[in-house]
Design a protein around this ligand. Structure first.
Ligand SMILES: [Cu+2]
Length: 148
């Protein structure tokens, strides 16, 4: 009986650790030879606690950074941010003109149809893995024109 209670407790503590849901996530597939690319997605914190992304790792890149694009006059500049926090119920869209992830020093070119595994580490020491498809930047443009 005591053992069962411990199992239930363990289950609960795992359930209450940081978790985000990812929608419409993809990694931008660029022509071979470019060492850096970006990942975009919509993150949602449907839990009751603030979730803070502290770091991200991927086997397919030397490092993964959280970036923010900032408009400066008529130029857009990217800067690295140390972490990204989502309040309970908050949704953050990672998009070209806002927050996004940068995959730096790719180990091999990413092609349309590839899957990229990202391991996300949270402020409470928990982690979560997301698998995102690679979408060629060419298809991204077609998609964009379709809406205009
Ligand atoms: Cu960037």
């Amino acid at each position: 009986m005591r053992k069962l209670a411990a199992v239930i407790l363990l289950g609960l503590s795992q359930y209450t650790s940081a978790q985000l849901s990812v929608q419409e996530g993809f990694v931008r597939g660029l022509p071979p030879g470019l060492p850096v690319t970006a990942a975009f997605m919509q993150l949602e914190n449907s839990g009751s606690k603030t979730v803070t992304i502290k770091s991200i790792r991927s086997d397919q890149a030397e490092k993964v950074e959280i970036h923010q694009s900032l408009q400066q006059g008529d130029r857009v500049r990217m800067q690295r941010v140390p972490s990204l926090s989502l309040a309970p119920g908050e949704t953050v869209k990672l998009e070209p003109n806002g927050y996004h992830l940068m995959l730096i020093d790719l180990r091999s070119p990413l092609k349309e149809g590839d899957q990229v595994l990202l391991q996300v580490f949270y402020g409470d020491e928990s982690s979560q893995s997301f698998e995102l498809p690679v979408r060629s930047v060419l298809n991204e443009n077609i998609h964009h024109h379709h809406h205009h």
